[in-house]
Ligand binder design. Sequence first.
Ligand SMILES: C[S@@+](CC[C@H](N)C(=O)[O-])C[C@H]1O[C@@H](n2cnc3c(N)ncnc32)[C@H](O)[C@@H]1O
Length: 246
Amino acid sequence: MIKLIQGNSQHLLAQIHDESIDMVLTSPPYDNIRSYNGNNSLWNEQVWTRVIEHLYRIIKTGGVVVWIVGDATIDGSETGTSFEQALFAKKVGFNLHDTMIYQKFGSGLPHKSHRYGQSFEYMFIFSKGDIGDKGVIKTFPKTGKVGKTTRRQKDGSIKRGTYNIGGGKLSNIWQYAGESKTDHPAPFPENLARDHILSWSNEGDTILDCFMGSGTTGKVAKDLNRSFIGIELDFEYFDIAESRIK
Ligand SMILES: C[S@@+](CC[C@H](N)C(=O)[O-])C[C@H]1O[C@@H](n2cnc3c(N)ncnc32)[C@H](O)[C@@H]1O
């Protein structure tokens, strides 16, 4: 089942039944960084608080929301909106299962004289209740090189161990080259969508993207035999997503 809806998630999510969604993979606007054909003038705290409340209501117990976000820098300071959203998600009942990093190859350079090149975005993993056997261990085999490490224990003693370098996805920092396959200004890479969908859902599950953009989540969800519900405010991006998914 594929269902694409043009409109505002702040209101449309009310139509989705309680505990009917297995996984959400989405990336909201990052403050005012992009205009999104002018529709970003509607974006504010009221919208994202309402959306996060709805997500908690509609996600099944054991489900995961992947919320990919970054902050604008205004008057020399990062806004911190991404952290506010993560803490609000905890307030409505989600667990902050993990704070993952999406590092973009080939971006963030050259750095400015007073600030290092910005090369990553947050991927907050919000979960509702016990997520069972979902997660990275099941999906990604240990394929990277193994290095040696030491870890300081609570009592100050040192424990020696090994860690995985690259190859597999055992680390919570994921690296991808940026992609621009459509006219949408801020898509995430298909491989990023793929790795999250494989990590946090099963075949036949229903996946929602409430800020669908060019439809990357929907395209990959369909390829991986998941059902998909997508909501996008802008008509132009909605059309791009529709032709890409259908
Ligand atoms: C960061 S982009 C998502 C990009 C998407 N992940 C992709 O790969 O193409 C955020 C999208 O949210 C849309 N949007 C903003 N506010 C919205 C709202 N209230 N309801 C639905 N969509 C909204 C914007 O038009 C924009 O396309």
